[in-house]
Design a protein around this ligand. Structure first.
Ligand SMILES: Cc1ncc(COP(=O)(O)O)c(C=O)c1O
Length: 399
């Protein structure tokens, strides 16, 4: 079916609007500024001021985590507790140090690990606990803090899905010893790539050992900078098939940088660290300056979906409140996968990459959740009108 409307999606450059495209092109035209420049410092200073903490930038969130684990001297024979519902790259970083990830079950109403699920897993080999604020739903870091103090274990907050703003959530970033951020293309804010390690409080200051870093090859930086242009061309043509073909061609020509390499999908991570390119930092800092706007938009869509859940008796999570700027809105439904497939003919693409790359352990809740979860987009280019259309389509299909 030909469809000329803009696709509803999670992964077609969700942060990219016209202004973003021009900014990336402007940076692409100044290759002498790709690697080094003022933008790196600007981003670091902005984050340091915001979190009132020491910040180190990396080319991705996973590298920030690995550098932290290495600095904490996590090694073979050690264990790091992480939740059983997370992105493959997190256990990959733990494995890369030689340590073992130990998976904690999640609370089915927040999708986050809890003090209760973590405590029985603590042993004398535990070197850190990583708590994730899944889709922007805050984990109970206050209780986890108490637990970590009791056992003298550092608490690491994975903030890939949310950066709090002045409206909150206030507990995010308050109790962790470390936070790591991701500026990946579908994250809380997006520099197309990039990440940061935030070291909080005087206890953590000066304790970090920076690994040797390499510069990102120009060939990769230019491909990242072209990503907004490629997707802004493909997106409106997706419904008539041309966009899909164009993206396929760009993929074949090697113009797209995959979010995960094949090696990473198989569970490996190379112990190599990269500086965030100055051009990428430039985009991330522009996004960080818009954090309030981005989060407010996410809050509006969160409220809209919450209301639809109430009106239609759809199952969502008790942990979701109207004030949360969710990165995605999870809803639980029979045959989630079949619905995602049926939606494609209406130019609605709810495969979100996350569902395919999560680690699902034996933990009871993670397993059932993966089966029934249907994530709805809340990103900056998802309009209110599209969200209403999505709700109507879901009602029709789910009668
Ligand atoms: C929860 C979570 N943490 C961390 C990451 C890693 O971020 P990055 O892609 O910047 O390495 C991801 C990403 O995909 C994620 O979903």
């Amino acid at each position: 079916m030909l469809n000329l409307s803009s696709p509803i999606n999670h992964t077609f450059a969700p942060h990219v609007d016209t202004c973003y495209v021009f900014h990336a092109l402007w940076l692409a035209m100044q290759p002498w500024k790709w690697r080094k420049g003022k933008e790196q410092e600007k981003l670091r200073e902005a984050l340091e001021q915001y979190f009132d903490a020491d910040v180190t930038l990396f080319a991705s969130g996973r590298e920030a985590l690995l550098a932290l684990l290495q600095s904490l001297k996590v090694k073979e024979g050690d264990e790091v507790i992480v939740q059983g519902y997370t992105c493959t790259v997190i256990p990959n970083a733990i494995h890369a140090t030689g340590a073992q990830p130990v998976y904690a079950d999640i609370d089915p109403e927040t999708l986050n690990l809890t003090k209760e699920t973590v405590e029985p897993l603590i042993s004398n080999r535990t070197r850190a606990i990583i708590c994730q604020h899944t889709f922007g739903i805050p984990a109970d870091t206050e209780k986890l803090r108490t637990l970590c103090d009791e056992y003298a274990i550092p608490l690491i907050e994975d903030c890939a899905h949310i950066i709090p703003d002045v409206k909150g959530p206030k507990e995010i970033g308050k109790y962790g010893d470390y936070l790591f951020l991701s500026f990946g293309r579908d994250k809380a804010i997006s520099g197309i790539a990039g990440g940061a390690l935030v070291r909080k409080g005087p206890r953590m200051a000066g304790k970090f050992h920076m690994p040797n870093t390499f510069q990102m090859p120009h060939s990769k930086t230019i491909r990242l900078l072209l990503y907004p242009l490629i997707y802004s061309f493909a997106r409106p043509l997706y419904g008539i098939g041309i966009g899909k073909m164009f993206l396929w061609l760009c993929g074949k020509l090697g113009l797209l940088v995959p979010i995960m390499t094949n090696n990473e999908k198989k569970g490996h991570m190379v112990m190599t660290f990269h500086e965030i390119p100055n051009a990428i930092a430039g985009i991330a800092v522009a996004q960080f300056q818009k954090l309030q706007l981005i989060n407010d938009h996410r809050r509006i869509l969160t409220q809209l979906y919450l209301q639809a859940c109430k009106d239609n008796n759809w199952k969502t999570l008790d942990g979701i409140t109207e004030d949360l700027p969710l990165q995605k809105f999870p809803l639980f439904i029979q045959n989630a996968d079949s619905i995602r497939n049926q939606f494609k003919k209406y130019n609605i693409h709810l495969h979100d990459g996350w569902t395919g790359c999560t680690i699902i352990t034996e933990s009871v809740h993670a397993k059932t959740i993966e089966k029934h979860i249907l994530n709805l987009p809340t990103h900056p280019t998802m309009t209110n009108k599209q969200a209403q259309k999505l709700i109507r389509s879901l009602k029709n299909i789910h009668q």
